[in-house]
Design a binder for this molecule. Structure first.
Ligand code: NAD
Length: 295
């Protein structure tokens, strides 16, 4: 029997609805949650991502403003802008869209954002809180969205082996940190695999929950998956496809059609993990606004 599909679009829509209701409550008390996005330079893909985030904010009733800076912006100018945004009580969430021009130090940018407005969850304070199991911090959006997909799919994660393939700071590492915590939809035994892992299949085959965030189409084949496993595919790669009007299509890391015959649950690409990332960004922003209003 083919695996059950995890419908990320539907689950993300439910979360957006919840966020909308929370935004309405905040607005009734005079607080309009606002996300400020800083976009440096004119990378077309970044512009598309930022426009998507902006639209999502507006749809749930939040304020969104995008500050566009030229590619020549200096580190000093960016730091001054972040200081202003940190000090502005009308701004609840701050996000600086990557990639950055060469003269900008990404680590310094992340460290400059007030952790209480760091809705991406990348600031070392929030990274530390996640590792320490302190639920007060912000969790990076993609891993938080994957945990939500598992929760919504009623996966009883306790005691299961969760294998995370990929060790980036934005997905792989925080994902592993979430799943190893003592808490609901967690309590897993966690293994992290990466480009230097020897015999990747020997790990993936023992995964009850397999989460892959690499960006290599076809990396995970059916033989690498334990029968009945939950497979969550974060990878997004655009490949040529002559059958499509656009000439391309998006694929994940998982050989979807073959793995679907083995797995118990599986996310499609697109329509799986992707929609959750923006939904969790909205949730983090409304949390930031709620906390600031309560402070
Ligand atoms: P990255 O691109 O920074 O790094 C890739 C990771 O894969 C590295 O940790 C590397 O060690 C590992 N890797 C490379 N080759 C490997 C191999 N053969 N075997 C095992 N591991 C290997 O990672 P990222 O920024 O987390 O992005 C990963 C993918 O997820 C990309 O396709 C990206 O577009 C996608 N992504 C999607 C979302 C979403 O919302 N759906 C969000 C973030 C990233």
């Amino acid at each position: 029997m083919p695996a059950e599909l995890i419908d990320g679009t539907a689950i993300a829509a439910r979360i957006r609805g919840e966020v909308s209701a929370e935004v309405a409550t905040l607005k009734a008390s005079g607080v309009v949650p606002r996300l400020t996005v800083v976009l440096i330079g004119d990378d077309p893909a970044s512009a598309v991502y930022v426009a998507g985030k902006g639209r999502a904010c507006v749809e749930v009733g939040m304020d969104e403003n995008t500050i566009r800076l030229p590619a020549s912006t200096s580190q000093h100018e960016l730091m001054e802008l972040l200081d202003c945004l940190n000090a502005d009580p009308a701004v609840h969430g701050i996000l600086v869209q990557s990639p950055f021009p060469k003269q900008i130090d990404p680590g310094a940018v992340i460290r400059r954002i007030d952790p209480s407005k760091d809705v991406d969850g990348f600031h070392p304070v929030n990274v530390g809180k996640l590792l320490a199991g302190d639920r007060d911090g912000f969790v990076p959006c993609t891993p938080a969205g994957i945990q939500e997909l598992l929760r919504a799919s009623n996966v009883a994660t306790h005691g299961l082996h969760c294998v995370v393939v990929g060790r980036s700071n934005i997905v792989g590492k925080p994902m592993a940190a979430l799943m190893v915590q003592d808490g609901p939809t967690a309590n897993c035994t966690v293994t992290i695999c990466h480009r230097y892992t020897r015999n990747l299949a020997s790990f993936t085959r023992s995964a009850d929950i397999l989460i892959t965030a690499v960006g290599r189409p076809g990396l995970i084949t059916a033989e690498m998956v334990k029968p009945g496993a939950a497979v969550l595919d974060v990878g997004i790669t655009r490949i040529p496809d002559a059958t499509r009007k656009s000439g391309t299509r998006l694929v994940g890391d998982v050989d979807f059609e073959a793995v679907r015959e083995v797995a118990g649950l599986i996310t499609p690409v697109p329509g799986g993990v992707g929609p959750m990332t923006i939904a969790m960004l909205l949730r983090n922003t409304v949390r930031a606004a709620q906390r600031l209003a309560a402070a």
